[in-house]
Design a protein around this ligand. Structure first.
Ligand SMILES: [Zn+2]
Length: 316
């Protein structure tokens, strides 16, 4: 009889910190979500303490930013600067008697989708995470590529607007949630006519991407144009990735995929014009299946990959 094994999987993003206890069959047993605006390490430790069981074999973390996997250090996190330079292996290793593994958050999401989500049927796919920022992961020949895959920071405008990473013209600065909200606020400040002026009790600085989508569905011109423009840039990024990796699929995850019929459909239209037709014809563009759980499930999967049961205890 096989013994159930558990891992803690955490997804540490620009807005939220999500932590789950995950079973070795990819089931999420229990999960918690807290804001990542406070002390991230303290919040993470507290969440792990709540979820930890005696059968936990390790802790896996997906972290927003460029990560040094060996040292467990976040080298640069444009969307969560408070974790720049933090060594999570040290911080958690002191508190828990468990191995700790780290990867980039979008890589973890790609692993999650490969293991138990929309990517299970594909040998190769490119995953975009579309939220506050944009991240990515690339699976090729059945394996997650050990690359930074900062898909949000490919340049889509040579002399474009400033991105939090320090570069100009990044995909993220045009197609992510923060960019969309920024564009709407700037337009409204400039006196643009839009129903969104009356949003959020008149406080336009509280506008969210969900608000923009809602107004777009009501036919608001500025809201629709904002989503379509962002989608067009996303399509530029998707086309580039199709031409580089010739994947079987492009999987789109994150909150912005809720605006699929405007934002993503515009992206697909744009990508179809730009990617090599031979490659575009054979690629499937589809939504992720694990939703917000993908990063946690993928981070837990890293643990299970590394912490195989020893032969002496494995069932025969
Ligand atoms: Zn950038």
């Amino acid at each position: 009889m096989s013994v159930s094994r558990y891992a803690i999987g955490a997804d540490i993003g620009g807005t939220n910190l999500r932590v789950a206890l995950v079973k070795s069959d990819a089931t999420v047993v229990e999960k918690v979500k807290v804001s990542s605006s406070g002390d991230v390490v303290a919040s993470l430790i507290s969440a792990i303490e709540d979820l930890y069981t005696g059968e936990t074999v390790g802790i896996g973390l997906g972290l927003a930013g460029v990560v040094d996997r060996k040292r467990g250090v976040v080298e640069k996190s444009p969307n969560l600067p408070s974790i720049d330079g933090v060594s999570f292996i040290d911080a958690l290793g002191k508190r828990f008697p468990l191995p700790v593994y780290v990867d980039n958050d979008a890589n973890a999401a790609a692993l999650g989708e490969k293991w138990a989500g929309a990517g299970t049927d594909f040998r190769s796919f490119v995953l975009f995470t579309l939220g506050t920022g944009i991240g990515g992961g690339v699976v090729h020949d059945g394996r997650l590529l050990d690359i930074s895959a900062e898909l949000g920071h490919i340049s889509v405008e040579a002399s474009g607007v400033r991105c939090p990473c320090g570069n100009n013209g990044c995909l993220e600065a045009y197609a992510a949630a923060r960019a969309m909200v920024g564009r709407v606020v700037e337009a409204l400040e400039g006196g643009a006519e839009s129903l969104m002026k009356d949003c959020c009790s008149g406080n336009i600085y509280r506008l969210t991407p969900e608000d923009i989508y809602r107004y777009a569905l009501e036919g608001d011109g500025l809201a629709r144009e904002t989503l379509k423009t962002a989608g067009r840039y996303l399509g530029v990024g998707i086309a580039s990735m199709i031409n580089v990796f010739s994947p079987e699929a492009v999987i789109l995850s994150g909150g912005l995929t809720g605006a699929w019929n405007i934002y993503v459909e515009e992206a697909i239209r744009e990508a179809s014009k730009r990617a090599f037709p031979e490659l575009f014809r054979s690629v499937k563009i589809l939504p992720a299946r694990l939703g917000d759980d993908a990063g946690m499930i993928g981070a837990a999967h890293i643990v299970f990959q590394k912490e195989q049961p020893s032969r002496s205890t494995a069932p025969v």
